[in-house]
Design a binder for this molecule. Structure first.
Ligand SMILES: [Zn+2]
Length: 309
């Protein structure tokens, strides 16, 4: 196959869903630039691609090069990856912004994942409970949680089938060997839909804000084979430590220092054995249930063991 022909096929593949154009059409445009006008082939390719982008009314970001692979939702662990999913619409939520057409939860046998469909994407409405073959969705990551975005190039085909949706719950049993920074009494950005944890009273998106207190632990559990990063939300943190939010605020006020809360929690939990279960989001296990098994163990020894693996 000639160079021009191969480039033409690749360009054609990118536009085949958007334009009624043949490989020959693309090849003749390329051929004319390369062979008549002696334009370097990469430059010719950019120029021809721009022409078809204009024709299709698309932006360069709307198309992508390279193949799109079929994945299950639990396999999504990379940002900005183009994938195909066969999934059921488990739940639809109220969009919080005009730019969002639909938002909710998709599920397959491996688990569930949030999806967002842009209002400007011009795609048909998805219905709750229906199963779809979704071609060309792009993955996104925020704070270790993955989602998929449906865009203008996404193809949607409703399938006459049902899927038993998995709950991607997992369970870890082991020693709590570390509590990471950003644990204890924290403040979150109060802006709608933000909830970022503030650093020195600042949100990375909204700047200086009057934060809202919350409790959280980012912990590391060593099961003897592997270490697992576990996030305990307010309820799970209260269950784990017995320290409730109001009490934590009082502790911080008395000490004029919020870090006393994390220190106290560390003293209470480090080296203890727990059974933790909950859904997994990217690399994190989100603790829904926590059970104290025994403890404490020698944390240093456990850590050395964990690091030597
Ligand atoms: Zn914010």
């Amino acid at each position: 196959m000639t160079d021009v022909r191969q480039h033409a096929e690749e360009i054609h593949e990118q536009f085949s869903d958007h334009l009624d154009v043949t490989v020959d059409d693309v090849a003749s445009r390329l051929d004319s630039l390369v062979n008549e006008y002696k334009v370097p082939v990469e430059e010719a390719r950019r120029s021809v691609t721009s022409h078809y982008l204009d024709q299709a009314g698309l932006e360069r970001d709307d198309i992508h090069s390279g193949g799109t692979s079929d994945v299950q939702v639990a396999d999504i662990e990379t940002d900005e990856q183009w994938v195909n999913l066969t999934a059921k619409v488990v739940d639809l939520w109220e969009p919080r912004s005009d730019s969002i057409g639909q938002v909710g939860l998709l599920g397959d046998e491996s688990g569930t994942i949030k999806f967002t469909k842009w209002a400007k994407s011009d795609l048909p409405e998805l219905e709750e409970g229906a199963v779809y073959r979704l071609g060309n969705v792009v993955t996104d990551e925020y704070q270790g949680r993955y989602s998929v975005k449906l865009n203008r190039t996404t193809t949607i085909e409703e399938l006459d089938t049902d899927i038993e949706v998995g709950d991607n719950e997992s369970e870890v049993e082991g020693a709590l060997v570390d509590i990471q920074s950003g644990s204890g009494l924290i403040k979150r950005c109060p802006h709608e839909d933000c909830t970022r944890v503030l650093q020195n009273g600042r949100c990375s998106e909204h700047g200086e804000v009057d934060g809202e207190f919350d409790l959280r632990i980012k912990g590391v559990v060593d099961d003897g084979v592997d270490v697992h990063e576990v996030i305990f939300n307010k309820e799970a943190t209260e269950e784990l430590t017995g320290i409730e939010l109001e009490e934590a605020k009082q502790m911080a006020m008395d000490a004029l220092d919020t870090t006393v809360v994390a220190d106290e929690m560390r003293d209470m939990t480090l080296g203890h054995y727990y059974r933790v279960s909950g859904p997994t989001m990217g690399r994190y296990l989100l603790a829904n249930d926590v059970e104290l098994l025994s403890g404490p163990v020698d944390v240093e020894a456990a850590l050395i063991k964990a690091r030597s693996m």
